[in-house]
Design a protein around this ligand. Sequence first.
Ligand code: BTN
Length: 254
Amino acid sequence: MSSRDEPLTPATVEPLLRGRFGRPYLWSESCASTQDVLRGSGLPEGAVAVSEHQTSGRGREGRPWEDAPGRALLLSVLLRPPAGSQIQELSLVAGLAVAETVEEARDHASLKWPNDVLLGGGKVAGILLEASGDEVVCGIGVNVSQTDAELPVGTRLPAASLLTATGRKLDRAELLASLLVTLEHRYDAWRRRGLVSLLDELEARNALRGHAVRVGGEAGTVVRIAVDGRLALRRDDGTEVLVASGEVEHDGRG
Ligand code: BTN
């Protein structure tokens, strides 16, 4: 194992911040989950918690999110979307921001609806939304400098890091600052104009289009990401159905 990356301390990261996300910026060497640092904290929108290591990092559907200390971006961002917002759409908003950020290292990242970011066929990042009251804690895990040996095995999708996918060791602090400003821009666009304003960028990265899948009790070929963030499938009988949530499984027939 090579040495750890430079820690993402406030002294390193705060001078790189370019917007309102990351203010305040809460960093720790280790915590249970960055989600818990922000939940119910009363902090303003844009507060960010970052840790070098999580002892109980969590993913979707109750799965654990494992890390190699000092090798990933493990962050949570506090959002306060307007009342009545379709907050599940934030998974796609955040996924797009992560994809655009990692594309600075290598074209072309893709999105596996609803929340996985893929690079070179492996999953480099995942998003976890946790909502309560008027707040949403948006958790983002990006594998940055893990070697093959440091990546988790036995995951639903094969894991990759930006290092394994690009062969390049990237500066985590620069990456984090870039992700925060991109997320802020995409989030602001979503607040002002809705998901429709991001659909072209999302669809351009839709890893599932044209694939035969099973999801949410439905089976069909993925047609597109719909304007409300649902996944549009064409069934064998030609009818179209929109699926709001679920784990996508590739259908062996297709
Ligand atoms: C997934 O793909 O299942 C979502 C993974 C989300 C992981 C991030 S790491 C930072 C934040 N804290 C957590 O405990 N989980 C999210």
